[in-house]
Design a binder for this molecule. Structure first.
Ligand SMILES: [Zn+2]
Length: 1130
């Protein structure tokens, strides 16, 4: 396999294989011309014409490029091509991409099909609402409505039957299946492994766990509080014991950290948010419950304009928030507290005048989370019913697949879609799904079964190429089936024929996953492989920066030592004894060093490539090797690397040639794979992809701020395209001591489905644990290579936009050099026709990938949704966490081409329209002064505010440009559980933990006034983990946890809790371990003492408070949203 020959054969279209247009090496993509890299993925082209009418009969072979676009898409793909004009999906400098901002712009500028212009909401749209809609009330038809019609796609009632016939370990029933996927993970060795891990497939070294996690869920706080555990007292009730309402005993004067606010003006507490709630005397806030048993009980159907005394941190003017474009307001427009009816009217008059909105009286995230846990955590979630809203991501629940995919794979913002685009436009609720195709399931849920249809491959619709699924309708005695996506009728091949029972169901319904389950896999045939060749097993290449900084920090030594054992944990297939993945090693500074670690060698051989302008791989044989065969040589190499470079004075590095080298090596080996690059500095050395320091914080809040998020050169976007075409995924571990330009260095990672990790000021001693845990998980996790994802939909809607870490060269295929179990892709759908309530809407996500052993597979996820003609049905079946996930990704892509101010305003505007539409069409008539929120979206304001205040959209002074780019990149591939906790952290009162129980204490709201001086709290958001200690904490508790006698003696520099043999220490350490196990990234523990200088870091995460960067408090923001909504309604 010589390199040149390989390239030639790879670039040539194969006979009978049209459409597999290979990315030509050194060629440019033609802008706007969709290329399909994976023709066969869309099926061997037979009788398919892309522009065929949706309902028409089968057409003869047209010879058109194979594509399974819905017909209208194919016809319009060029005009509608938002990716074809630039290199990068979600990427930099795409001037067209953010044309969606602001919302009121047309969806696609210029040359846009008329069909899409209707998505441009006219500002006055709300005023044209039909009268009958405006008069509609939430009453019998909404809040007391029966559950959605049971359009069951799964087994009607025989739930047990399904599960019984799919034994997780016994393939006896399915002779056609191969090994269940779960074996991939369970086969990871060995003695000393952690006993039980909530993430099968991501076992982490035993040393990480001091106690086995018992949680099997993906989310935190796994169990409902036991009887007797008090509800979060912070919510409605009196202050916590030992906790005053202001967070500190009144007898304690505010310390230096809690200065009295100069603008605390009793007469006008709303100075910062003036003119918010003027209105008739009946005004207030309302939340409309959708289910009688759920919701915000104390305020149910009532106003919650309760007031109470101003808090120390409150009543500062609403400064530093240019995004709200609030004009100076006249005095008379200011909120008059006395005009808000509430229990405060019974208070003495002198208190009344100083009152404001009570934080306890506005919707509480904690109560919503706890209510969902107690209402929905006990019963399994069965997916047989169409359009069911799943429990929240924070609820621990078991899923039973009965014909729709688990919410662990797909979550939607709306489970009841509006039938028409007019309704969608009116309500502005984005129709979006967050798809995590390779999500890890808890141990008690069976992984998707693998279906092998032999040489003929998966059964598919002839026209749209949708895969066989529970929604396909068999007709004519089972000889044909009608597609649920395009209605085309397809012949059933003889080998797949089966008789139907009296209900029209195939007799083998329960025996075939593709007929009865929402998620399953097909073994792909050679038609689904590049060049019609079964792929080689993938390779991992470790590429280590050996410049001065990397050596000095201890990184190189630590990494080389760890690799000796880590290589035993490479992903392996099923019951395979060893991993099929081959490994290779490169070190570099200004030049690259390749190593020959062939098993026959006594010592590794180094080959230096100093001509980095035109990178090539100096050796083929012996570079990528089997770990077991070459173990002695590899170990010798890993011993020698730190010694060889120990005295280096070289401070300059290259970066572009490193990726090029890895790419060339994979090309030469004709395999997909992953590069693990460990890199420390800005690549200043003369080489392709050389960068300069262009950091400039002065650009913040200017129109040029977007430049900070864009790459500084096109070099890496071109390189990324090549990597994607070759299935070369790049994971980047950064160890910077200063600006390294994450926005540019991370680009290839971002577009190849890789992960970036950043360890600023890395020191092996202090940060080694975090780095090694991340590395272990990253190397070992379930991953698919050389992937393409396609989302098909039933007639009426289609996927129009995608967010995540991937590349798109056309409008429909999401190309991923690799996709791992942690990565989610957010998809937005738009109408292209009417939907109807009877048929609902169907979504099918198909992921074609190469497994870690080189097996080509298709993972299929199906989801069916309801459709409605009444907007109230839509608002009752929404999921705010998913909505927020979409908003985050929309905003974080938006900052590439828009000022952050514009992005913030766009989010506020769209959210206000969503809530105003509800108010106008679904809420009972009431005073315009009332803020009325739909039950399912009552947390939208608080969560939205968290997104607006995040470092990417509104950075505080100390946040670096690299950190912002890093956060942006992380968030864009987060799933719903991750965005949920990242934007609204979990804050647990440690002093309230029950040492005799496995449960966590009930979380409290993220606000300083909820903290007690006598308490200890744990805060985590998936990236950061703090333990905050109040200065009045009991000495006994301090002794039990920190092993010192007093608050003053606690060493806040400690990065791990001391191992003490008492129940408090054990319980807290176990909580920390469990929380870490629930998150994809290891969180380093930081101890923060009250009033310590580090406290400002901690306070940054108290999301309900006003932020140092000028972000609004929750109360202020809710008032602001109320004002926006009122403006839309007036
Ligand atoms: Zn079809």
């Amino acid at each position: 396999m010589n390199q040149q020959g390989h390239m030639e054969s790879y670039g040539q279209p194969q006979p009978g294989y049209q459409g597999y247009q290979q990315f030509a090496y050194n060629n440019q993509h033609t802008a706007g011309v969709p290329t399909s890299q994976y023709g066969p993925y869309n099926g061997p082209v037979q009788g398919y014409e892309p522009t065929a009418a949706p309902q028409g009969p089968l057409r003869p072979t047209s010879g058109a490029p194979p594509t399974s676009l819905p017909p209208s898409t194919a016809a319009q793909s060029t005009a509608y091509n938002q990716y074809g004009q630039g290199d990068i999906q979600n990427g930099p400098a795409m001037t067209d991409q953010m044309q969606r901002f602001p919302v009121s712009q047309s969806y696609m500028p210029g040359g846009q099909p008329i069909a899409y212009q209707q998505y441009a909401p006219s500002p006055s749209n709300a005023q044209h609402l039909p009268n009958q809609m405006a008069a509609m009330q939430i009453s019998g038809s909404t809040s007391n409505a029966p559950p959605p019609v049971s359009q069951s796609y799964g087994p009607p009632t025989s739930h047990r039957q399904t599960t019984a016939s799919f034994p997780p370990t016994g393939p006896a029933v399915y002779t056609q299946y191969s090994t269940p996927l779960q074996n991939i993970s369970s086969s990871i060795p060995q003695a000393g492994n952690p006993p039980q891990h909530p993430f099968p497939g991501q076992t982490v070294p035993a040393s990480t766990y001091t106690s086995p996690p018992t949680s099997t869920g993906l989310t935190g706080m796994n169990l409902p509080p036991p009887p007797g555990v008090s509800r979060p007292t912070a919510m409605h009730g009196p202050p916590l014991p030992g906790q005053s309402q202001t967070g500190f005993p009144p007898s304690q004067p505010p310390t230096g950290h809690y200065p009295p606010q100069p603008n605390h003006r009793p007469a006008a507490p709303q100075t910062g948010m003036p003119g918010v709630v003027p209105g008739p005397p009946t005004q207030g806030f309302q939340v409309h419950p959708t289910q009688p048993s759920q919701g915000f009980i104390p305020q149910q159907n009532g106003s919650f304009g309760q007031m109470r005394a101003p808090q120390p941190n409150y009543a500062a003017p609403y400064t530093g928030t240019p995004s709200y474009s609030s004009q100076p307001q006249s005095q008379q427009k200011r909120l008059d507290p006395d005009s808000i009816p509430s229990p405060l009217n019974e208070l003495p008059p002198q208190q009344k005048t100083r009152h404001r909105i009570d934080p306890d009286a506005i919707p509480s995230p904690i109560q919503v989370i706890e209510d969902d846990k107690s209402n929905r955590g006990s019963e399994p979630f069965s997916t047989g019913v169409r359009g069911q809203v799943p429990p929240l991501v924070t609820t621990d629940f078991v899923v039973k697949d009965q014909g729709n995919s688990s919410p662990r794979f797909i979550r939607c913002a709306a489970y009841n879609l509006p039938c028409t685009s007019d309704m969608a436009k009116q309500c502005q609720v984005p129709l979006t799904a967050v798809i995590k195709p390779l999500a890890t399931l808890p141990a008690d849920e069976a992984p998707p079964y693998i279906v092998d249809h032999g040489e003929t491959g998966p059964i598919r619709c002839n026209r749209c190429k949708a895969y066989m699924c529970p929604y396909m309708q068999f007709i004519e005695g089972g000889r044909r089936f009608q597609c649920a996506f395009c209605s085309c009728v397809t012949e059933v091949l003889p080998h797949y024929f089966q008789h139907l029972d009296h209900t029209g169901k195939r007799m083998d319904y329960y025996d075939r996953p593709e007929l009865s389950l929402g998620s399953y896999e097909f073994l792909a045939t050679v038609d689904y492989c590049k060049n019609n060749k079964i792929p080689n097993p993938p390779a991992f290449i470790f590429m280590i920066d050996v410049s001065y900084n990397a050596l000095k920090s201890g990184l190189v030594h630590l990494l080389c030592e760890e690799l000796k054992t880590l290589l035993d944990y490479l992903p392996r297939e099923g019951n395979a004894e060893e991993s099929a993945i081959r490994v290779g090693f490169v070190t570099y500074n200004k030049v690259l060093h390749f190593y020959n670690v062939k098993s026959s060698l006594a010592q590794p051989q180094m080959m230096v490539v100093s001509d980095i302008a035109d990178m090539f791989v100096p050796l083929l044989d012996g570079f990528l090797v089997n770990v077991n065969e070459s173990r002695a040589v590899i170990n010798s190499l890993l011993e020698q690397i730190p010694e060889m470079f120990g005295d280096t004075r070289e401070t300059e590095t290259v970066f572009g040639p490193v990726i090029q080298a890895g790419l060339e090596a994979l090309k030469a080996a004709e395999c997909a794979g992953k590069l693990f690059i460990f890199h420390s500095t800005l690549p200043l050395a003369e080489a392709p992809g050389k960068l300069k320091n262009r950091d400039d914080k002065k650009l913040i809040n200017t129109d040029k701020e977007k430049v900070l998020f864009q790459p500084q050169t096109n070099f890496y976007s071109n390189l990324a395209k090549e990597c994607v075409a070759r299935g070369c995924c790049v994971d980047l571990f950064l160890f910077p001591n200063q600006y390294v330009d994450v926005a540019t260095l991370g680009l290839v990672t971002y577009q190849t489905g890789g992960s970036v990790y950043k360890y600023t000021y890395f020191q092996a001693q202090a940060d080694g644990e975090r780095f090694l845990n991340d590395l272990h998980r990253d190397v070992r996790k379930v991953i698919g290579f050389d992937s393409v994802m396609r989302v098909r939909t039933s007639t009426g809607i289609r996927a129009t936009d995608f967010f995540g870490s991937f590349y798109m060269s056309n409008t429909t295929d999401v190309e991923l050099a690799a996709l791992d179990c942690d990565k989610a892709i957010t998809v937005e759908f738009k109408h292209d026709d009417k939907l109807n309530e009877d048929n609902g809407a169907q979504i099918q996500c198909a992921l074609l990938y190469t497994s870690c052993s080189g097996q080509r597979r298709l993972r299929i996820h199906n989801l069916s949704l309801n459709c409605c003609t009444q907007l109230a049905d839509l608002y009752r079946n929404c999921e705010t966490d998913t909505l927020i996930n979409y908003f985050v990704k929309l905003a974080y892509r938006g900052v590439l081409s828009n000022p952050t101010k514009t992005v913030r305003e766009t989010l506020i505007n769209q959210s206000a329209q969503i809530l105003a539409c509800y108010r106008k069409n679904c809420a009972s008539p009431s005073s315009a002064g009332q803020l009325i929120l739909p039950e399912c979206m009552k947390l939208l304001p608080v969560y939205l505010n968290c997104v607006l205040k995040n470092d990417v959209l509104q950075p505080s002074a100390e946040v670096s440009t690299d950190d912002r780019a890093y956060t942006r990149q992380l968030a864009i591939s987060m799933d719903v559980a991750e965005t949920s906790v990242f934007f609204y952290p979990r804050l647990l009162p440690v002093h309230k933990m029950d040492v005799d129980s496995d449960d966590f204490p009930v979380a409290i709201r993220c606000s300083e006034e909820r903290l007690s001086k006598g308490g200890i709290y744990l805060l985590e958001n998936g990236l950061n983990l703090f333990i905050w200690v109040g200065m009045n904490t009991q000495h006994d508790l301090i002794q039990s946890i920190f092993n010192v006698q007093s608050f003053g003696q606690i060493d806040s520099a400690m990065s791990a809790l001391p191992l003490l043999d008492n129940p408090y220490s054990k319980k807290l350490r176990s909580m920390v371990d469990m929380i870490r196990a629930q998150r994809p990234r290891f969180m380093k523990l930081m101890i923060v003492k009250q009033d310590d200088k580090m406290e400002v870091l901690f306070k940054h995460f108290l999301m309900e408070d006003k932020s140092a960067s000028g972000g609004a408090s929750y109360v202020d923001f809710l008032c602001h949203m109320h004002k926006e909504i009122r403006q839309l309604l007036s």
